[in-house]
Design a protein around this ligand. Structure first.
Ligand SMILES: *[C@@H]1O[C@H](CO)[C@@H](O)[C@H](O)[C@H]1NC(C)=O
Ligand SMILES: *[C@@H]1O[C@H](CO)[C@@H](O)[C@H](O)[C@H]1NC(C)=O
Ligand SMILES: *[C@@H]1O[C@H](CO)[C@@H](O)[C@H](O)[C@H]1NC(C)=O
Ligand SMILES: *[C@@H]1O[C@H](CO)[C@@H](O)[C@H](O)[C@H]1NC(C)=O
Ligand SMILES: *[C@@H]1O[C@H](CO)[C@@H](O)[C@H](O)[C@H]1NC(C)=O
Ligand SMILES: CC(=O)N[C@H]1CO[C@H](CO)[C@@H](O)[C@@H]1O
Length: 478
């Protein structure tokens, strides 16, 4: 209320006398720099931040964004509300320059008036623009091309947030960056509606009732017990994000992940289980190590219900949306990388043989992982949360042929090689057991020979000694 009245007075003065405002701004320009607290100065409808024609990136890992005095940050919405509307029509432009004045006050270029950062709000968050390219992105799929998802700031400027490799039916992966100053200080309320300009869905195939109908269809009417139970407990196929909203810092950026090109059907138990753990681990790792991570989060294969007697790839809708068998997340920093893979099937009965889901050698037990990966590491083999494992990227790329990744020369996220993992311990014990067995056999054979030779069992030899034997030998009898 107080701020509001101050603003009304401020604006009243502005309308009456530009000179007064000018004077007060000049005065206020003497204090150095600005700081904008991420927790308190951002809200659901904060504008997109742009700098040097790129998406704005924080310059430190603190809770506060720092700007030097007179530093310009471009703020972009599609429409503006509140006090801006009262002023000149320039306020209706999609993008404005905010110039750091002091504290968390910014001068809006062309308006000669400062606002605290938190008052710079959009009516709604800027909407996505999807730009299909002709760039092929998956070696074995000629229909798959990159689609850029971003913001069309003006005629000439399109800023891409992520790229999805999409073939008209499924997204193989979404590629994006996790910032080295990643943080989750800003609370974001997830939208309930996903944007869709890529699927022709006469119905929403993610709707749980429609999903259940589809499952019933393949099981000729009655669902297996486990699946029925999951459904009754509110589970089913979620819209599993590839780029997670939590991978991005700002509300405007988080919101753009809610597009159907960036999601695929994912069992809810895996979604909130190991898939979420992998997301948290990678973002934490970027922040902890202050490393920009290039990330590809993708899907592989199609699930089936072989163990339940239905040996057919499973799609939601009329063969429209394949339900992936595996999800993966590649994380790279220059030529150091790793891939974490999760099984999109939380039913132990359906996973009779886990090796059907292992597409490259699991190295998760061979290394000590950075502590950022602890939560994932501890739960990684739980089938109910979506069994998961890690592979060397070069091995993975022999199977999953992403076009644009160069050779990788090191493993990301690990600290040192474990010389004794579960397998090596098993091997050592087995080898030791075999040697002991051989030694025992050898010993028995030796005893056998000895007893044949002496016609006496060794324990019977106890009483005698070599001298006695010598003396008792008929040849030596005197
Ligand atoms: C804003 O202030 C600058 C100087 O500080 C002045 O040159 C400009 O004319 C002012 N603009 C308006 C719209 O008053
Ligand atoms: C983001 O948010 C707005 C509402 O604030 C919505 O209209 C828009 O379509 C959302 N999603 C995307 C992907 O742009
Ligand atoms: C979308 O699908 C429906 C039925 O599934 C079909 O009738 C319609 O022609 C399709 N529209 C387009 C644009 O392909
Ligand atoms: C992080 O990535 C951004 C943009 O991709 C780049 O400008 C910046 O230099 C990178 N920083 C490091 C330390 O690699
Ligand atoms: C599991 O599958 C692998 C390869 O698909 C096979 O080599 C192995 O024998 C199978 N194990 C069982 C118990 O069926
Ligand atoms: C030194 C000075 O005038 N500081 C003022 C800058 O503007 C804020 C409000 O926008 C005032 O609270 C300060 O007193």
């Amino acid at each position: 209320m107080k701020i509001f009245s101050v603003l009304v007075i401020f604006i009243a003065f502005y309308i009456n006398s530009n000179n007064f405002i000018k004077a007060s701004i000049q005065e206020n320009f003497t204090i150095n720099g600005c700081n904008v607290n991420l927790r308190t100065s951002f809200s659901q409808n904060s504008p997109l931040l742009v700098q040097d024609n790129k998406l704005y990136r924080p310059t430190n890992k603190a809770e506060t964004l720092l700007f030097s005095q007179n530093e310009i940050v471009e703020i972009y919405c599609e429409e503006w509300i509140n006090h801006f509307v009262i002023n000149s029509k320039k306020t209706f432009r999609g993008s404005l320059n905010a110039i750091c004045a002091n504290g968390n006050n910014f001068l809006i270029h062309g308006m000669n008036i400062t606002f605290p950062f938190q008052d710079l709000k959009c009516k709604h968050l800027p909407r996505f623009t999807r730009k299909p390219t002709t760039i092929k992105c998956y070696n074995e799929d000629d229909n798959a091309v990159l689609h850029e998802i971003g913001y069309q700031i003006d005629k000439n400027r399109f800023l891409s947030l992520y790229e999805s490799c999409f073939n008209g039916q499924r997204t193989w992966y979404t590629k994006y960056n996790i910032d080295k100053f990643w943080n989750n200080f800003i609370h974001f309320k997830r939208p309930t509606i996903f944007e869709n300009d890529v699927y022709n869905m006469s119905k929403n195939y993610y709707n749980t009732i429609i999903q259940k109908e589809k499952l019933r269809e393949i099981f000729s009417g009655s669902l297996p017990k486990e699946i029925q139970e999951l459904y009754e407990n509110g589970g089913f196929f979620n819209r599993g994000h590839l780029a997670a909203s939590s991978d991005f810092i700002f509300p405007s950026n988080k919101n753009l992940t809610f597009h159907l090109i960036n999601v695929a059907p994912q069992w809810s138990k895996f979604n909130s289980g190991n898939c979420a753990k992998i997301e948290t681990a990678t973002a934490n790792y970027a922040a902890k190590m202050s490393k920009n991570l290039t990330t590809y989060t993708g899907t592989f294969g199609v699930i089936n219900f072989k163990a339940y007697g239905v040996n057919k790839d499973f799609y939601l809708g009329n063969e429209i949306l394949p339900v992936p068998k595996l999800y993966y997340r590649i994380i790279m920093n220059d030529d150091i990388g790793v891939v974490l893979i999760g099984v999109n099937d939380p039913f132990p009965k359906n996973i009779k043989n886990i090796s059907d889901y292992i597409i490259c050698q699991d190295i998760s037990d061979d290394y000590k992982w950075d502590a950022s990966f602890d939560l994932w590491y501890t739960n990684r083999k739980s089938i109910g949360k979506g069994y998961s494992y890690a592979c060397e990227l070069n091995e993975f790329l022999k199977i999953v042929k992403i076009s644009d990744i160069e050779k990788i020369s090191g493993i990301l996220g690990v600290t040192k090689k474990k010389y004794f993992n579960t397998y090596s311990v098993i091997i050592i014990i087995s080898v030791a057991a075999i040697f002991s067995l051989l030694a025992a056999i050898g010993f028995l054979i030796y005893i056998e020979k000895l007893s044949n030779h002496c016609l006496k069992k060794p324990w019977e030899l106890k009483a005698t000694n070599n001298y006695d034997r010598f003396i008792n030998d008929p040849k030596h009898k005197i």
